[in-house]
Design a protein around this ligand. Structure first.
Ligand SMILES: [Mn+2]
Length: 437
């Protein structure tokens, strides 16, 4: 995105900062998988949201002093010898030009310059507890400034979590962001279609994972937004199953929960389909119950509807359906009251979605469930998981795990489903799989 986009984002944040305040954001640290082998670098989402700057070892400062807004960026300076190994850096000069910083300095000068920047401010915003190392640095800079207090310098006295401002901004997606999210979602949807089309009994779960990743990569997404789940049969009842190493068997359902990250935006899709292309009677009954719950929950999405409406709708439909299938006994009201559904449905209806797969933003505001607003993006993902060793249900139901998940954006009129590209009715899925090679 253009530097103007990030400039406008910072301006919005500045509007909420009182005069003589400062916000400090550090880039993400390099993380190691083992020994000296690094994970692919992923910038901190807050940092990227406000800078568009993708390098490690950098520090963004938003300083509001005497009514003036300053964006100061500390980053690694150019160094041909180091760049020979780790790639080209933006450097201080281009940080001014390309990223619109008012001032830019080498990161090595941060500790020297920080007391001067802090002097005269009364509030410091930072992501408290995001990085214990950085918290320590912030306190050490303030402490260094405190030593000069007799020269008449005032030091900040309030340490405020920056999330309370930035999280709220990130919760409402702009048109620029929605464009990237549509792309993340559509390419992820395509990948799910490919996995369904290429699924064969006798393959291993990781072979389907490989198909998903190949499709992500092919469309310019270099990383999945989270570890892909490919769970067959009873493995689907383990909510965060990521071993993905079992062979796909004839009567298995295959649950795939996978989404790409595209230009720092996540998609999050789950589909469940029969390995051999045809649902059994029991699998179809559970599947259609979950689908009915999901569709009803989605249809109610509109501005001002409270966040928990989806979960309430899902719970009612699932409990009524489990009674109809004789898996639960009793009245809907009593079973809801007793939370009798918990052995079968133990999670929430979904979560905010954005730069992080479980994106930022409160679900309750002042004690009340948050009313939906245009630009909010979230998942709707009911499921039913009947464990293979749940002896309280009749045998034919055991080992069936189903989840269906789509990504939705709230619009002025209602909602838009971003992940429509993957079929989800029994008929459509069976047709797609029948036509496969
Ligand atoms: Mn999800």
């Amino acid at each position: 995105m253009e530097k103007q986009v990030y400039h406008l984002r910072r301006e919005k944040i500045f509007q909420q900062m009182p005069d003589n305040s400062i916000a400090l954001l550090t880039s993400a640290e390099i993380k190691y998988r083992n020994s000296d082998t690094e994970y692919p670098y992923r910038q901190d989402s807050h940092f990227y949201y406000l800078t568009g700057f993708d390098e490690c070892e950098s520090l963004a400062v938003l300083l509001k002093k005497k009514g003036q807004n300053h964006f100061i960026l500390f980053c690694q300076d150019r160094d041909p010898q180091a760049e020979q190994w780790t790639g080209v850096r933006v450097g201080v000069n281009d940080a001014l030009e390309i990223y619109g910083a008012d001032e830019a300095y080498p990161i090595g000068e941060a500790s020297k310059r920080m007391p001067e920047l802090l002097a005269g401010t009364t509030i410091i915003y930072f992501l408290v507890n995001n990085s214990p190392e950085f918290d320590k640095k912030v306190f050490s800079w303030v402490k260094a400034l405190g030593k000069k207090i007799r020269s008449g310098i005032t030091t900040p006295r309030q340490f405020v979590d920056f999330r309370q401002i930035v999280d709220e901004a990130r919760l409402i997606k702009s048109q620029d962001e929605l464009q990237l999210m549509r792309k993340a979602c559509s390419l992820s949807a395509d990948a799910h279609v490919h996995a369904m089309k290429h699924c064969q009994v006798g393959m291993y779960e990781y072979e389907l994972e490989a198909i998903l990743l190949k499709e992500f990569y092919r469309h310019g997404s270099r990383f999945p937004a989270y570890s892909s789940i490919v769970a067959t049969g009873d493995n689907a009842c383990t909510l965060h199953y990521t071993r993905n190493d079992k062979m796909i068997k004839e009567k298995d359902l295959v649950l795939i929960d996978a989404g790409a990250e595209y230009h720092h935006y996540a998609a999050d899709i789950t589909r469940t389909f029969p390995a051999n292309g045809k649902f059994t009677k029991e699998q179809q009954a559970i599947y259609e119950l979950v689908l009915a719950a999901q569709q009803s929950a989605i249809q109610q999405i509109a501005p001002e509807v409270p966040w928990n409406k989806a979960q309430e709708t899902i719970l009612h439909i699932l409990v009524q359906g489990l009674i109809d299938l004789k898996i639960l006994k009793g009245s809907v009201a009593t079973l809801l009251e007793e939370k009798a559904y918990l052995p079968f449905y133990m999670h929430n209806s979904g979560h905010w979605l954005g730069m992080d797969v479980h994106d930022v933003g409160e679900y309750r505001v002042q004690g009340n469930w948050r009313p939906l607003k245009p630009g909010m993006v979230f998942t709707v993902e009911p499921g039913l998981y009947i464990s293979a060793d749940n002896m309280s249900v009749a045998e034919q139901w055991r080992g069936i795990g189903v989840r269906i998940e789509d990504d939705i954006v709230v619009t002025e009129q209602g909602y838009e489903v971003l992940t429509e590209g993957v079929p989800k009715s029994v008929h459509e899925i069976e047709k797609l799989m029948k036509d496969r090679g």
